[in-house]
Design a binder for this molecule. Structure first.
Ligand SMILES: *[C@@H]1O[C@H](CO)[C@@H](O)[C@H](O)[C@H]1NC(C)=O
Ligand SMILES: *[C@@H]1O[C@H](CO)[C@@H](O)[C@H](O)[C@H]1NC(C)=O
Ligand SMILES: *[C@@H]1O[C@H](CO)[C@@H](O)[C@H](O)[C@H]1NC(C)=O
Ligand SMILES: *[C@@H]1O[C@H](CO)[C@@H](O)[C@H](O)[C@H]1NC(C)=O
Ligand SMILES: *[C@@H]1O[C@H](CO)[C@@H](O)[C@H](O)[C@H]1NC(C)=O
Length: 315
């Protein structure tokens, strides 16, 4: 490595080769149960190749990845930083080159969970990689798959936002630097002492599980047509509050009764935004699409929100 490592800093730097296929499909005007159209499947896909590095720093004074949950009684320590059941939330810089001083071109935000009970350390990776410069500024890809802790590996791209809307692809990850040693500092970096209170309801690393009603209109008294169930994790260490949304929206009436869509991407806490639909069940089996979310009511102090959703689904 060209740059100096601080002591007691465990860094994982990954060289990434990303291959994406995006469909440029016509937009279907979609409101709940207003009919479906047959759209021609795209005959061509755009293939984009990107090369970048991301830095996962789990100890030291300024970690980008913090332990937020572990099974009761499990000891997380030097040499054993990912025992089964541990969950880390991360906000990792994406750079052009392998050095931490290289130009930052985005960030990878999400969480990984240690999911193997065997000796083959394996993480389940849930992340949104957003670019903050160049022609993909503001666009992101949703990465969701197992990540075996080996040097060279592949992870799945299941969706995206912005220019990567409905993207599919894969990333070949190469750990160009890997130090599994853990400093004591990581134990201090747990958001254990984090205070969650009115006005600060989503500090980095907090996880909320939700079961929200879906209604036809903005009023809470409006007809309930389904429910959104899942969890969101606060994944930004900066001032741009951002959640990683993992949810299943199921409809309980109309012709999509019993069918659901899987939503997985970052959710910047701004009024108007886009989240990615990466799959579905029932009539939405294998769906892809996107939801334009409009916060028609949002109380940041309490964290209460009513979101207008215009979902466009290809299935
Ligand atoms: C990993 O980090 C530890 C603690 O800072 C250090 O002693 C060790 O030399 C590092 N190993 C590598 C391969 O850099
Ligand atoms: C990226 O987009 C944001 C929001 O549109 C803008 O504020 C920023 O200047 C852009 N950055 C670059 C490097 O183009
Ligand atoms: C939705 O489907 C469930 C299970 O099939 C059924 O019990 C329920 O009556 C249906 N609801 C509506 C409003 O169609
Ligand atoms: C959603 O669609 C409705 C009806 O087409 C439109 O009035 C509304 O402005 C749209 N909202 C968003 C957030 O796109
Ligand atoms: C948000 O809730 C707080 C606490 O109930 C209240 O004081 C404030 O007026 C609310 N803000 C809005 C915009 O509704």
């Amino acid at each position: 490595m060209a740059h100096k490592m601080h002591t007691r800093k465990a860094r994982f730097i990954f060289a990434c080769l990303l291959v994406l296929f995006t469909a440029s499909s016509p937009v279907v005007k979609g409101t709940y149960d207003s009919g479906s159209q047959i759209v021609r499947a795209p005959t061509t896909l755009k293939k984009t190749q990107l090369h970048f590095y991301f830095h996962d720093i789990i100890s030291g004074n300024n970690p980008s990845s913090v332990l937020v949950a572990k099974p009761k009684g499990t000891v997380v320590e030097q040499g054993n930083i990912n025992p089964f059941g541990t969950v880390y939330v991360f906000d990792d810089p994406i750079t052009e080159g392998p050095s931490a001083k290289s130009k930052v071109i985005g960030n990878a935000r999400g969480h990984y969970t240690s999911v193997s009970q065997g000796s083959d350390l394996t993480l389940l990776l849930n992340a949104d990689f957003e670019f903050t410069s160049g022609r993909f500024n503001g666009s992101s890809i949703s990465v969701f798959s197992r990540d075996p802790l080996v040097v060279l590996k592949e992870v799945a791209v299941v969706g995206g936002r912005g220019k990567f809307r409905m993207a599919q692809g894969f990333i070949i990850l190469n750990a160009v630097f890997f130090n599994a040693t853990l400093g004591d500092a990581i134990l201090e970096s747990k958001p254990k002492g984090t205070v969650v209170e009115q006005g600060n309801i989503n500090p980095f690393g907090t996880v909320y599980v939700f079961d929200d009603p879906i209604t036809e209109g903005p009023s809470a008294k409006s007809k309930v047509i389904g429910n959104a169930r899942g969890h969101y994790t606060s994944v930004s260490q900066g001032s741009d509050l951002t959640l990683l949304l993992n949810a299943d929206f199921e409809f309980t009436s109309g012709r999509f009764n019993g069918s659901s869509i899987s939503v997985f991407s970052r959710d910047p806490l701004v009024v108007l935004k886009e989240v990615a639909v990466v799959g579905g069940r029932g009539k939405f089996r294998m769906a892809q699409g996107f939801i334009i979310l409009n916060a028609v009511f949002f109380n940041a102090t309490l964290g209460d929100a009513i979101l207008e959703c215009n979902a466009t689904i290809f299935h």
